[in-house]
Design a protein around this ligand. Structure first.
Ligand SMILES: C[S@@+](CC[C@H](N)C(=O)[O-])C[C@H]1O[C@@H](n2cnc3c(N)ncnc32)[C@H](O)[C@@H]1O
Length: 375
């Protein structure tokens, strides 16, 4: 139900744990489908009129004003509180399975990565210092965060990420189809059917759920993936091996890699933009330009939350994650002019643009920053 893609590295819930996970999933769906729509209704019928009465007939003019008014409303308070609770319950429910399964998963990882016919690879750097913010902030409340590495065999960050991600995306995001990479691959097949990348790079790969589909879609290509966490990457490597996918994982910062100039034909990232600072994003785009071979393309995908396309109410409601879900960069991503940043990184104006990419599972679309280096 929650995990539609089974493999040997996945934490397997027992019957009771699966029941608790299903409960959290049902709660999240209920909150999103039935409670959240009420936020806009109470804003229109209660919060905005009350604000107008108190401010000589005018409406909230800034996000800060609207946020303050909304946060005083009992319906909105209840949604905020229940949403936060569902997130905490999710990590508790996933955590009991991951921690119970940890010894088996560590053993699997060692077995999968020690066998003679390992397909891909893992390059960890003992001197690598993960970005300070990721050592301090547990993004979307993941226990221990992305960067935590307990010992030289630790795989927990990746195990938490995959099991939590399956629930977090309400059973859709990291499974067999991995809709994010699937959407990019489908777009490439439709718009560039003759494109045959020889080397592909996936930036901010986490557990590698988006990296593996590239190895499967482009079996002749060498697929590389990078992230900052050793435990995350150890899990990603074992997971890719268990799925029979040839992926080379590296512990690197997306904004400062050590790959050669012009050494990739396709560079992608999935849901990375909203989790990095403005400075890191600009560094990552500069790095994308440096690493792309002539004729190469980049598609950086993320959630479509651009503030310029949203009402002030939507901007505030969507920034719930900043205050309550440890997503410090959510709003700066939503405000960013990424196409201008790509041009500043070197992409010609005619080869840098945004694409709305239809989701493969679920309604709506993803945001993609598309760029091409002239041949
Ligand atoms: C939301 S997750 C990405 C999920 C993954 N791409 C997927 O589709 O399943 C963001 C990841 O980016 C990584 N990350 C954050 N800052 C980074 C940086 N500066 N360089 C490389 N990776 C980074 C985090 O460690 C985390 O694993």
């Amino acid at each position: 139900m929650v995990h539609d893609l089974q493999h040997r590295m996945l934490a397997r819930p027992d019957a009771e744990e699966a029941g608790r996970q299903r409960y959290v999933l049902a709660m999240k769906r209920y909150l999103t489908g039935r409670i959240r729509p009420g936020n806009e209704a109470v804003y229109d019928h209660e919060v905005r009129p009350a604000f107008s009465r108190a401010h000589a007939g005018r409406e909230p003019a800034t996000r800060a004003e609207l946020r303050e008014a909304l946060l005083a409303n009992p319906h909105y308070q209840a949604w905020c509180s229940l949403n936060r609770t569902s997130q905490e319950m999710m990590w508790q429910a996933v955590g009991e399975t991951v921690l119970r399964e940890a010894p088996r998963m560590r053993e699997q990882a060692q077995h999968l990565c020690a066998q003679r016919e390992v397909l891909g690879g893992l390059r960890l750097d003992p001197d690598f210092e993960p970005p300070e913010v990721l050592q301090r902030v547990n993004i979307h409340l993941q226990p221990g965060g992305y960067a935590r590495t307990l010992d030289a065999e630790d795989i927990l960050a990746g195990a938490f990420y995959e099991s939590g991600g399956n629930l977090y995306s309400m059973g859709r995001g990291m499974g067999a189809k991995d809709s994010k990479a699937g959407a990019v691959i489908a777009w490439l097949a439709e718009h560039h059917p003759d494109f045959r990348p020889r080397r592909i790079l996936d930036m901010g790969c986490s557990a590698g759920a988006s990296s593996v589909p590239y190895a499967q879609a482009f079996p002749d290509a060498e697929v590389h993936a990078l992230d900052i966490g050793a435990a995350m990457l150890r899990y990603a490597h074992a997971r890719a091996e268990s799925l029979g996918a040839r992926v080379f994982f590296h512990q690197l910062d997306a904004a400062a890699t050590d790959f050669d100039d012009e050494s990739f034909d396709l560079i992608v990232s999935h849901n990375l933009f909203h989790e990095i600072s403005d400075e890191t994003r600009r560094g990552m785009l500069a790095e994308t330009w440096r690493l792309l071979a002539p004729g190469g393309m980049c598609l950086h995908q993320d959630v479509a939350i651009q503030n310029r396309t949203r009402s002030l109410f939507e901007q505030v409601e969507r920034s719930w994650d900043v205050e309550f879900n440890n997503e410090p960069f959510w709003e700066c991503y939503a405000d960013a002019d990424i196409v201008s940043e790509m041009q500043a990184a070197g992409f010609p104006a005619e080869d840098a643009r945004e694409l709305p990419l239809p989701k493969i599972s679920g309604p709506g679309h993803w945001y993609v920053a598309f760029g091409r280096k002239p041949a």
